[in-house]
Each structure stands twice: as C-alpha cells, then as structure tokens.
Design a protein around this ligand. Structure first.
Ligand code: CXF
Ligand code: ZN
Length: 374
C-alpha cells in the first residue's frame, strides 16, 4: 500500500536566501490523515516564489518553493474521501476546510484552518513531510511543488476534469485566477469603466483580460519595463505608461487621461508605494483600489486620510477572492469554452532540471509564465 510508504524523489531545494536551487534526492512521507500525495505534472513560477526565496526577513531553509501547480493524486491519507488515486488536481496555496466561519461565509476565502501557511510546515501538525537524510526540508505555502512529488492537505487541492492539459491548467492555481478574480469578483468591473493596472506581469495582464471581457472602455497599463508593452496590448490594454518617461507624478498623468481618476485601480507590482499611487490615481466618490501584489520590502501602506474622506475604497485580495474549491473548476470550464486564453500567458516551457532558468527570466522581467515540466 503506497499510501503508507515513504518515497524518495527529486526536488529543487533552496539552501539559503537567493541561493540557486539544487536538485536533491529527498524523502517524502506518506500522506497523513486528510492529506494527499501528488505527482506534480507541471508547476509555473510565480513572482511571490522569487520574493520569498530572496527574502532575508524570515529565512526558512532548506526549503522547497513552488505553489502554482497541477498534478495527479498518487495516494491518499486516512479519512480522505474527496480524492482518489489518479485524480487530476490543482494545488491551493490557501485552502478551504469548508466548515470554519470564513468558509461558511460567502464573503471570504480566508479559511481559518487552511489559510496561507508562512512557517514552512504543514497545517495539521506543524511538521514537514520532506527530509534529506532525516533532516527536515521546509514547505512553502503548504504546497512545495518544485518537487516530483509533494504532500498537501486535501483542503489545499481542487479536483479538476481530466480532459484538460495540466501544463496549461497550472496557471489557474495562482496568477491567472488571482487577476481574473480581482477584476470580476473583488472589483466587479462594470461596462464602459476606466481601469488602471500597475504591473504588467501575469497577474496584471489577467486583470486586463478580465476588464476587457467586462467591457471596460479604457484600460491603462503602467510598468517601468517597456518590454512588457507589446504583450500587454494583446490582453486589452489600450494605453501604456512608463513612469520613467514622465517628470510629473504618474497619478497626475492618469487623472488627466481619465477626466479626474480611474474607476478602478489594481496594484499588481507588490510595492506599497504603488498602492498609494493607485489610490491617488482613482477617482473621488467611488474609486476603488484593489491590491494583489505581495510587497517585497516596505510592508506599510501610507495614504493621506483625505483619499478616503473623498470616498475612495482600498480593498485587498488573495487569489482574486475566489473560493478555490468551488470557483476554480468554473474557470477550467471557461478555458475549455475558449473564454479565457490561458495559453497566451505561457512564454516559456522548461524542463525541471532547468528550473533556475525560470528564476533568471522572472528576475530579468523577461517572461510571463514559465511552465516547468516535471
Ligand atoms: C502569495 C500570496 C501572499 C503570500 C505568499 C503567497 N500567493 C501567491 O502568489
Ligand atoms: Zn503565486
């Protein structure tokens, strides 16, 4: 019975902040009660993997990063009825226990039991499932997909139909789902509205796609890297701004273009200074700023209270506000119906052995999604 055995497999292990990943043979425990062990099929690199890998603030090493992944269930732990061996799944960096106050509310996806895990261990027992020669190797977001196999809580995976290519679907595990959800669910963008998006990576362009599909009339994209502009047009961005080309503060440029400020602003850079700029760029009365990015340095948001007195709203989001177990399968169906072009976000396909290349491309701003094939 495989579900009771330790296996060994290859994993890309980070030994320290910013240190190149090393392919190691790791031991992986069997799935514990209510957990599943997954054969990872594809995993794409998200900017927040890089941010956490580089961060000197809370070094948790050795560690296996990766949280945007698709795979096939290899074995299930005691008590698991939702999954069977062979099921196709996407991993969830924030899970759903289905019974806590947040899971029961229609207004939240912030599960109190299986929410974002930041200490590098599993939710249920604060331990790791990975080791090297008996020494613990830590998890990331309780997913750790930069490994041929991984163990996740059954609440941190969602079953998906098996007739869809897993190398495309993995993008719905984080980036693309986050952007679409921010546009459709969190902001609920209305027709003919004006939208400004800061940061034109996968997340920002997913917001643009969502805005375009909602019939926004004016979608402004802002990025300091003009190399991103060509691709951005494909996703519906109508107007592109590089702040380094302007002497005046960028929110003034946006206010001028939008007759007093955008209806919606989205922060997809992961910079709290940009959150302030986004708030300044949306209009009085109903202007809504949604944050999606994960700050890399300064965690505090600064804003003059006048921005709120004037009626603006600042709203945060995690994975686009989706309830992942119920909502992600709907996005999969939309992909099948060709309503969301996930493939267009994939700029590179790489073999697992070349995973460090994906980090280089992401840091150099030279990719949208690099899909890593295990
Ligand atoms: C992130 C969200 C914020 C904390 C780290 C993980 N998820 C997706 O990129
Ligand atoms: Zn992510």
């Amino acid at each position: 019975n495989r579900s009771s055995q330790v296996i060994t497999c290859k994993a890309a292990v980070a030994w320290g902040p910013g240190k190149e990943l090393v392919m190691e043979e790791v031991e992986l425990s069997p799935p514990q009660p209510m957990e599943i062990r997954i054969k990872v099929v594809c995993t794409s690199l998200c900017r927040s993997d890089v941010t956490a890998w580089q961060s000197q603030l809370t070094p948790i090493f050795p560690r296996i990063f990766g949280h945007e992944a698709s795979g096939i269930v290899e074995s299930v732990g005691q008590g698991v009825t939702e999954f069977q061996e062979g099921d196709h799944v996407l991993t969830l960096f924030t899970g759903e226990c289905m019974t806590c106050r947040h899971c029961l509310s229609t207004q939240s996806n912030m599960c109190q039991v299986l929410g974002l895990e930041r200490r590098g261990v599993m939710h249920s027992d604060q331990k790791t499932r990975f080791s090297i020669k008996g020494e613990p190797v830590y998890h990331y977001c309780a997913v750790s997909s930069f490994s041929e196999f991984t163990v996740v809580h059954s609440g941190c995976a969602v079953k998906v139909r098996s007739d869809v290519p897993l190398d495309k679907l993995c993008l719905l595990s984080c980036g693309v789902a986050a952007g679409l959800g921010a546009a459709w669910k969190v902001a609920d963008i209305s027709k003919q509205s004006t939208v400004v998006i800061f940061g034109l990576g996968t997340v920002g362009l997913s917001v643009a796609l969502g805005a375009k599909l909602r019939g926004a009339s004016h979608i402004i994209g802002v990025d300091t890297n003009s190399d991103k502009f060509e691709k951005a047009r494909l996703f519906g961005i109508t107007d592109l701004i590089n702040p380094t080309d302007h002497e005046e503060p960028i929110h003034q440029v946006i206010k001028r273009k939008t007759n007093g400020g955008a209806d919606y602003a989205f922060e997809c850079v992961g910079d709290t200074g940009t959150v302030t700029t986004a708030l300044l760029s949306c209009c009085d009365g109903w202007g809504l700023t949604v944050t999606l990015g994960v700050p890399k340095v300064e965690p505090e948001v600064k804003a003059h209270y006048g921005l709120l007195l004037s009626g603006r709203t600042l709203k945060g989001s995690l994975i686009g506000g989706w309830k992942p177990k119920s909502d992600i399968p709907k996005l999969v169906d939309m992909y099948i119906r060709k309503e969301i072009p996930i493939d267009q976000f994939i700029t590179h396909d790489l073999q697992f052995a070349d995973i460090n290349k994906a980090f280089e491309l992401m840091i150099g701003g030279k990719c949208l999604r690099c899909v890593i094939h295990m």
